[in-house]
Design a protein around this ligand. Structure first.
Ligand SMILES: [Zn+2]
Ligand SMILES: [Zn+2]
Length: 217
């Protein structure tokens, strides 16, 4: 728990070389990543406008870690509440995990958000705190319109799995139902990507806007 805050403080520390502050941001994302590690990083490069050359705007790293931190505070409050509730349930003899599982305990490979792990460009466009708020509200029983993950209300995008069809949210590639065979399959990214290029922000310009020569999915 302190680890996130320790690394967050490193991201803020202007005396450290930018490369180390960037690595500290990476550690923070390994500890909390609502969209999965790669998609969360990609999201933050856009929302915090992290330039391709970090020297062009060192504060971008601070904006990124603060967006992450804000969302984590909301998640942590809900997760602690949930843990207390689970302890009380166990004391009364109910050991089975509640159904549906809370959003942060779902496994990604069988999850409706599987695409975010396979194509880091396809994640909700929401600020992380809005995403967390939305997921917490759904967990508390709210019936929200549109895609559960991002609220997009457009018809689903049909994708062939080779032996059937699945529909993906056009806003974030959320898959409401698995393939007719019962499994969730790998999503082949529409734009082939190299993780190193995303990590080095090849999709960003020095002024923090998306690089027009590198479509970001
Ligand atoms: Zn969506
Ligand atoms: Zn299938």
């Amino acid at each position: 728990m302190t680890s996130f805050l320790t690394h967050r403080a490193r991201v803020h520390d202007a005396r450290l070389p930018l490369r180390r502050r960037h690595n500290a941001l990476r550690t923070c994302i390994t500890l909390f990543a609502p969209y999965g590690f790669r998609a969360t990083y990609h999201h933050l490069t856009l929302s915090a406008a992290i330039p391709r050359r970090l020297e062009a705007d060192p504060d971008a790293l601070v904006r990124a870690v603060e967006e992450l931190h804000e969302a984590r505070v909301l998640w942590l409050a809900r997760a602690q509440e949930y843990a207390a509730w689970r302890r009380a349930e166990k004391r009364t003899g109910r050991r089975a995990v509640a159904n549906p599982r809370p959003w942060w305990l779902r496994s990604w490979w069988e999850g409706q958000d599987r695409a975010w792990y396979e194509d880091p460009f396809r994640h909700p466009p929401l600020r992380l705190r809005e995403y967390v708020r939305r997921q917490n509200a759904i967990l508390d029983g709210a019936d929200l319109p549109g895609c559960p993950a991002c609220g997009d209300a457009r018809p689903l995008e049909p994708i062939s799995t080779g032996h059937g069809w699945v529909g993906l949210c056009r806003g974030c590639a959320w898959a409401p139902v698995p393939c007719p065979c019962g499994h969730r399959h790998r999503l082949v990214p529409q734009v082939p990507y190299g993780w190193n290029e995303i990590w080095q922000r090849a999709h960003m310009s020095d002024d923090g806007t998306p690089n027009p020569h590198r479509p970001a999915g």
